[in-house]
Design a protein around this ligand. Sequence first.
Ligand code: HEM
Length: 412
Amino acid sequence: MLIMTQRFFRKYAFLSILILVLAGSTGSLLRFALVYGMPSGWGEIRHVIHAHSHTMFGWTILALMALIWHQLPQITGRPLPRGVKWQMAATFFFSLLQLPAFWPNGYGVTEIGSARMPLGAISAGFAGLTWFWFMGLYALAVRGVKNHSLVLRLWNGAVILLFIASLGAMAEPVLLLMKIDSPFIKHLFLHLFLDLFTTGWLLLALFGALWSLWDQEPSAWLPTGLMAIFIFPTFLLGMPPDLLPPALYWVSAIANVIVAIFIAIHLRQFILHRRGLPLLVKFGFLGLVVQIGAAWMLLIPSVWRWGIGALRIFYLHNMLLLWTSSVLLGLLLLRFGSQSALWRRWIERFWILGVSLMWLSLLASGVSPWLPISGRFFMILAAWASVIIVFAAMLALRPFLPFRSSHEDPLN
Ligand code: HEM
């Protein structure tokens, strides 16, 4: 059994943000490449998009694991299981490896000397294995715990959804090796992974990390397990409309509205408890407001069909960048960052400016056919906004240095 020091968590907060900087720089390169084309010899856009998105998932998962491992001993009253140190090191290594592994050929094969290997699929497979390792250690850490607090119930639901999403992720390389080409099966597993990871694991785990900030649970009823159950079918809404039978569309669209109501119940309580919350967390709540509004709009089949094409990237980055990344950054700085208010203020200003600009430009480029300004203008704006986001993420590395600081957790 293991007791982790503040130094350990500062190090992993730093390393997760380092991944954010590298994957964000790749995303920024892509934003420019989508307007001006990829510089020759820099790779193919579609492969680099895989490198960007897989590595970005590494940022969110490593940061969340650090937050969960930090709080779990207080909730369970037990030290962490052995192996957490190695699991975190492995998750960091394989998350980062996805960037060079996917860049040259995406899921295709890369030649190294005389060998031909699907490097991207292999690295994604290893990264996925470290997630299963995390889930196994988590199950060990909470086994037999009597106290089923709100935070623990949310994290249990999150880990179950991560398990299901990871099966979807592991299916990708398996389908490739088995040469299964059915578009329905491929999209089913892709969205099982992408959507359950985003609106399942990330959402519930972040809610848990947020509720762990308060010593006392709110007296109001807050959905946990039921929320996880209703989240499950919502991944079907990500499927291409021509592949999804109408009955399944209605099941997932209605479940999505119920989830939106559950999110609104949590959000209302967060707002009532907002005093002392980091600015970046409050900013991230805007992403949830959009998610709640979108769920109602998706009840109209024609809006769903249109949005899946025109607003997919906006919607994904609303949840992954505006909501998840803003809240994660706010929580990491609060839990493990130095107390320097000056650094924090500059990080917040640049992050909020960059993310707001990119968010607005992605939305505007999706609805540009109805606007008097061309979509290309908004794509250029999104590209420059992404530079500001990456700059903010670089600034956010500083408050975690040096790792060996005597800084105490401000909330404990
Ligand atoms: C600096 C911030 C970011 C920038 C500049 C950026 C940029 C991009 C670009 C240019 C694309 C391709 C868009 C297209 O196909 O039209 C993309 C796709 C994507 N990004 Fe980001 N992104 C950022 C942050 C994030 C974050 C924080 C995450 C996840 C945690 C993320 C996950 C994804 C995913 C899942 C896709 C879709 C991949 C696919 O279609 O297969 N991005 N991003």
